[in-house]
Design a protein around this ligand. Structure first.
Ligand code: ZN
Ligand code: ZN
Length: 367
């Protein structure tokens, strides 16, 4: 079938992307779903740092690639052999499919699935190959989702059914920002009743970690970011305090659980500095592969500290997404509050600029 989608043509073009235009929006051919796959009409998609990381070359992937990995939509057709999925279901896309059979899949979300990671690195679906073409040329899938398009075909293991009462924009954000940020607090952070939580870096993932910590009604929740607008937003969303990195360190505040969600080595150092003795620093951001940090190893030993890496919030999407949907339903998780801008598909290059400038929490496109 004929679809419209946003294709990254070349990696590493100069900013502003609104001028260099690394992404073109145009017509593509989408193959029918194979057995185990779903044809989904996309209803909403969020612009995430992991999209930007492909555009700017921090996470190189094969191009041309149809971007977008945080999305939700309605199943229009199945290729058969998709137990639990039916035409008309609303699904949240999950950008790390789990085969359920490899050693990594047995780690309760701590390690990403081996087969899923292989497929994602190659820009193909779990069954192999791409369902996307343009003038006879193959176009790669982004993390098995490719949600910046009117329709997509995904492996059923890249989708999780949610109730139709979950609005598409909320559903989309559950799939990456909430899954990652919430999981950093709940899964990797193993937050305990009454514990204070500090979140460093208040983009989509960090803000999701913050509202998750607030929703659990535990101890004090403190947001840390360099941008005043984000600190104001954190307070509106229930943070007990919101500080710049310099202020937070100067005041000597520390917490037993600190989440680093900025993906920057200085943010990691700040998060480490703000972690209390016996505490845990969870890093969920994705810095450039060449980035390095300086910390004092003695602190880890002398203060019995832990540093925990968490990819995708150490999530098992089929287990965790329904959990966040239920928290949202109960009014405890204001996912809508993460949405800072509404954009059109054609606006994607400028949206990448806003994200790179740190100006947006979540920019959502609807179809
Ligand atoms: Zn993402
Ligand atoms: Zn697996």
């Amino acid at each position: 079938m004929n679809i419209t989608g946003a294709v990254l043509e070349e990696i590493g073009r100069d900013r502003p992307f609104a001028q260099s235009r690394p992404i073109t929006v145009g017509a593509l051919d989408l193959d029918a779903p194979q057995p185990g796959e779903l044809l989904v009409r996309i209803e909403a998609a969020g612009v995430c740092h992991s999209d930007l990381s492909v555009v700017d070359g921090n996470r190189p992937r094969p191009v041309p690639m149809l971007l977008g990995h945080e999305a939700a939509g309605t199943i229009e057709k199945t290729g058969g052999d998709t137990p639990g999925f039916a035409v008309g279901d609303r699904v949240v896309m999950s950008f790390l499919p789990r085969c359920g059979q490899c050693a990594a899949c047995a780690t309760d979300g701590r390690l990403p699935c081996e087969a899923g990671t292989r497929a994602n690195n190659a820009g193909v679906l779990m069954a192999g190959g791409s369902r996307l073409h343009r003038d006879g040329e193959l176009v790669h899938h982004h993390l098995g989702v490719s949600g910046f398009a009117t329709h997509t075909v995904v492996d059923h293991r890249s989708a999780v059914v949610v109730g139709r009462d979950v609005a598409p924009d909320v559903a989309a954000v559950l799939g990456c920002a909430v899954l990652t940020g919430g999981g950093a607090v709940i899964n990797a952070g193993d937050v305990q009743p009454g514990q204070d939580v500090i979140v460093v870096g208040l983009g989509g993932v960090g803000m999701a970690a913050l509202i998750t910590a607030v929703s659990l009604g535990n101890g004090r929740v403190i947001g840390v970011d360099a941008l005043q607008a984000k600190l104001d937003r954190a307070r509106e969303l229930g943070a007990d305090d919101a500080l710049t990195p310099g202020d937070a360190v100067a005041r000597g505040i520390r917490a037993p659980l600190v989440i680093e969600a900025a993906g920057h080595p200085r943010a990691f150092e700040t998060a480490f500095a703000l972690t209390a003795p016996g505490g845990r620093t969870v890093t969920v951001g994705l810095p450039a592969p060449t980035a390095t940090s300086t910390i004092t190893p003695l602190t880890i030993t002398a203060e019995a500290r832990s540093i925990v890496g968490s990819y995708l919030g150490s999530a098992v999407p089929s287990r965790d997404i329904p959990r966040y949907a239920q928290l949202w339903r109960e009014g405890k998780l204001p996912v809508e509050a993460l949405i800072s801008d509404r954009i059109a598909l054609d606006d994607i290059n400028a949206a990448m600029d806003r994200l790179a400038a740190g100006e947006a929490v979540r920019q959502i496109m609807t179809f």
